[in-house]
Ligand binder design. Structure first.
Ligand code: PMP
Length: 449
């Protein structure tokens, strides 16, 4: 028997009550609120290596890693040193700095893009990439896939994954088709977004056949991680590039989650190494490249990026873009991420996911473990999961029971069945042991749900 935390978390609850008074829903990003799983969201006060420490003084093995950025774990010495050194010189200059050039060079050297523009969030990266694609092609429409999340800009909040999926689990596919996910997003904004089932090339081909000359771009997650983890079927991403190009449209590969996490050069590198190069026109980045500070980017070949202001007419800007602290954190993180780092992350992901799957098998819980590189998640279902419809067919109550038991045993999983689990290089044998010890009770809880 291991010690378990009580369900009540008084210090977190106090903070949550105060937050509820001054912040809508008590959180600054919806999934943090534990709406889907119930209970008190844990207010974190410190991170160290593989662990987070909450306001009640409890330690959790962290398998969220700030929703992806922290591949090296919390407070990695190289990152903290770089940020501290940068902060001592001033926090923002509103003028170009050497650090952002170095970060851009690092990204360009690792990925297929020739140029990047630095921004502050993944939302900005995808929103700006779409504007650029529309400006470049002089066409209005975009194609996205149900269950893929690309941030919260208007045109992309149609059948979106992540928090939208978590809060909308009760909506039907018919509800979702072509309609905005959120009040405040106009029908006309959503009407220029064509939503299709993930992994369905025939559906994309059919749309291009009818309105191919209206479509500026297809945007897709390089590997879907916002409906739980659903990897692209072999040939899907390359097929998208091919279809887009046959019709004069662009392919935007969203690597905000996968970039610099699944391989040195992101999913583009991993896919090419498996014999499937993806001829993306624009790629978006975020999360890991900011090392836990707000930084993101979008990039592509010279011909397309040259349309961006001030080089070209498509406007895009940012007061804090290329911020020196964020650039320093990102650069320090990327420089630590060698090929050995990815071997470690892959090994740890295989180990943890294997243990979880074995524990569920031991008590007969139907589940499906899915990987995209070292990102993984478990769907509580026996059927295959290749798209959003199938992801939504999972037994969400089993996940909830599993999540709560893991939390009570000191393991912090994403508080939603529609999210990827993230590992860091800070997960050592002791941390694996923490995870392994939590599993039997969590598997029992899932079995009883
Ligand atoms: N694209 C993808 C694939 C993402 O996973 C996310 C965030 N989870 C975003 C875009 C939006 O990034 P941000 O939350 O930094 O705006």
């Amino acid at each position: 028997m291991t010690e378990t935390f009580p369900a009540e978390a008084p210090a977190s609850q106090d903070l949550f009550d105060r937050a509820l008074a001054v912040v809508p829903g008590g959180v600054n990003s919806p999934v943090r609120a534990f709406r889907a799983v119930g209970g008190t969201p844990r207010f974190m006060v410190r991170g160290e290596g593989a662990y987070l420490f909450d306001a009640d003084g409890r330690r959790y093995l962290d398998l969220i890693c700030s929703w992806g950025p922290l591949v090296l774990g919390h407070a990695h010495p190289a990152v903290i040193e770089a940020v501290t050194r940068a902060a001592a010189k001033g926090t923002s200059f509103g003028a170009p700095t050497p650090g952002e050039v170095e970060l851009a060079e690092e990204i360009v050297s690792r990925t297929p893009v020739d140029q990047v523009r630095l921004v502050n969030s993944g939302t900005e990266a995808t929103m700006s990439a779409i504007r650029l694609a529309r400006g470049f092609t002089d066409r209005p429409k975009i194609i996205k896939f149900a269950g893929c999340y690309h941030g919260h800009s208007d045109g992309l909040l149609a059948a979106a994954g992540s928090g939208v999926a978590t809060l909308a689990a009760a909506r039907t596919e018919a509800d979702l088709a072509g309609l905005p996910d959120s009040p405040g997003v106009t029908r006309s904004a959503a009407a220029e977004t064509i939503v299709l089932p993930y992994n369905d090339l025939a559906a994309v081909e059919a749309v291009f056949a009818v309105e191919g000359d209206q479509i500026a771009a297809i945007i897709t997650e390089a590997a879907a991680g916002n409906m739980g983890v659903v990897p692209p079927a072999p040939g899907f991403n390359a097929g998208l590039a091919d279809l887009a190009h046959r019709h004069g449209a662009l392919l935007i590969l969203d690597e905000v989650m996968t970039g610099f996490r699944v391989a040195r050069g992101g999913w583009a590198e991993l896919s090419a190494s498996r014999g499937e190069p993806i001829a993306a026109d624009l790629i978006t980045f975020g999360k890991v490249m900011g090392g836990g500070l707000p930084a993101a980017a979008f990039g592509g070949r010279h011909e397309v990026m040259g349309h961006l202001a001030p080089a070209g007419p498509v406007y895009q800007a940012g007061t804090l873009s290329g911020n020196p602290l964020a650039s320093a954190a990102g650069l320090a993180t990327l420089r630590e991420c060698t090929s050995g780092t990815y071997a470690t992350l892959d090994r740890t992901a295989a180990q943890l996911s294997g243990l979880a799957s074995k524990a569920l098998d031991a008590v007969g819980v139907a589940h499906r473990l899915q990987h995209a590189g070292n990102m993984f998640s478990i769907f509580f279902t026996s059927g295959e999961v290749t798209n959003y419809d199938q992801a939504r067919a999972q037994h969400v109550a089993a996940f909830t029971a599993f999540f709560q038991a893991m939390l009570a045993h000191g393991v912090y999983l994403p508080p939603s069945a529609f999210e990827a689990w993230f590992v860091s290089t800070a997960i050592d044998d002791d941390a694996v042991e923490v995870f392994a010890r939590a599993l039997p009770a969590a598997a029992e809880a899932a079995a009883a749900a």
